[in-house]
Design a binder for this molecule. Structure first.
Ligand SMILES: O=C(O)CCC(=O)C(=O)O
Ligand SMILES: [Fe+2]
Length: 352
């Protein structure tokens, strides 16, 4: 662990003490448990996901699939159509959706909320390439993306051992205590929105995760991923969200992840399922308080990307080019095209 990163507080000692768990979540904004989820189930899911990645051409030929060694030529990330193509094939795996409903996680969520809980339908996985650090998830609070209620909890689970160099999640303890959403700025990293590190206290915590280790945090807790500094390994992880059934849930959480720009519906997810009926549209049985998506943060980030690109910022120029490639003829893509025309050149991934 580097000097600026300390170890998580491990909460296994309090695992059966609901009031103490809630107190720690309230105080620190996160709970970290060692060996919490079943490593065999996680490893099996990882293999299924990697098999899809292999079919998509991501895995280096002649390597052992279990190692997750990537073909660096296929590097891509959220926002790239070629990422979405493979992502949505992974999204069709029933076992991927099932993992968001595993009793060990759900029971913990019900304990923390002291209420029946709904796993948000929008499950999320991250498949982060090595040697691609400009795209690392920047410092943020989840609320800007997932919204609904400040109380919503995220469960982050690596699908392998995840030593610091593979780029696991780091948390800023007590950062949720501000009880509001901080200012976010344009970023090239996943989610495209970042809090400035200079506006934050020190005191980041993380760990060398082992398979089964599990991190839970609030939607105001400041966090970031560490860069994947390995020469060739994919970092695979799950991040799913949970709220009490009577809390507001944002409308986009009822749609498949990364379906905002690509047509991808639940019927596409379920098309080849042969069982798992209980998972299909399971949220319809709840009387949920669905609230609209508030685009103020993403709109601000995009505006900032335009203005930074006009000033020649390489990350912003690259981002606008990616937006055009993804969106084709939306209003955003038109604005992006205009700025790139004014600027006169496109930045390629290789220069970042
Ligand atoms: O895994 C990542 O890089 C991002 C995860 C994240 O931000 C989250 O779980 O909320
Ligand atoms: Fe996050």
């Amino acid at each position: 662990m580097s000097e600026s990163l300390q170890e998580f507080r491990v909460s296994n000692d309090a695992i059966d003490e609901a009031p103490e768990l809630r107190r720690r979540m309230d105080e620190e904004g996160y709970l970290f448990f060692r060996s919490f989820q079943n490593p065999d189930d996680l490893a099996a899911l990882r293999m299924q996901m990697l098999e899809v990645c292999r079919k998509g051409g991501w895995v280096k030929e002649g390597t052992d699939l279990a190692d997750g060694i990537m073909n660096l030529e296929s590097r891509c990330t959220e926002g790239n159509p070629e990422y979405t193509d493979v992502y949505h094939e992974v999204y069709k795996l029933p076992s991927f959706h099932r993992s968001g409903h595993w009793p060990v996680v759900l029971d913990m969520m019900e304990t923390l909320f002291d209420s029946p809980v709904i796993p948000h339908p929008q499950k999320v996985t991250r498949m982060w390439f090595p040697q691609y650090t400009a795209h690392t998830t920047p410092i943020h609070q989840d609320f800007v993306h997932f919204q609904g209620a400040y109380e919503t909890l995220t469960c982050w689970t690596p699908l392998s051992d995840c030593p610091v160099e593979l780029g696991g999640l780091a948390i800023l303890p007590r950062s949720h205590k501000i009880n509001t959403v901080r200012e976010h700025h344009f970023s090239l990293g996943a989610g495209s929105l970042a809090i400035l590190e200079s506006e934050l206290d020190d005191g980041w915590v993380t760990t060398n995760y082992e398979l089964g280790d599990t991190l839970i945090f609030t939607s105001l807790t400041v966090h970031r991923a560490l860069p994947n500094l390995t020469p060739d390994r994919l970092r695979l992880s799950l991040d799913n969200r949970y709220s009490a059934v009577n809390q507001p849930i944002a409308e986009q959480m009822l749609t498949p992840h990364l379906s905002n720009h690509t047509e991808f519906k639940w019927d596409d997810v379920y098309a080849d399922w042969e069982g798992d009926e209980d998972l299909k549209f399971y949220w319809h049985k709840y009387d949920l308080d669905v609230v609209p998506y508030d685009d103020r943060w993403s709109a601000w980030g995009f505006k900032e990307a335009l203005s930074r690109a006009r000033d020649g910022d390489e990350a912003a120029l690259f981002y606008l080019d990616r937006t055009i490639k993804r969106e084709g003829d939306t209003a955003h893509a038109d604005e992006a095209r205009q700025v790139l025309k004014e600027y006169g050149q496109v930045v390629t991934a290789a220069s970042l």
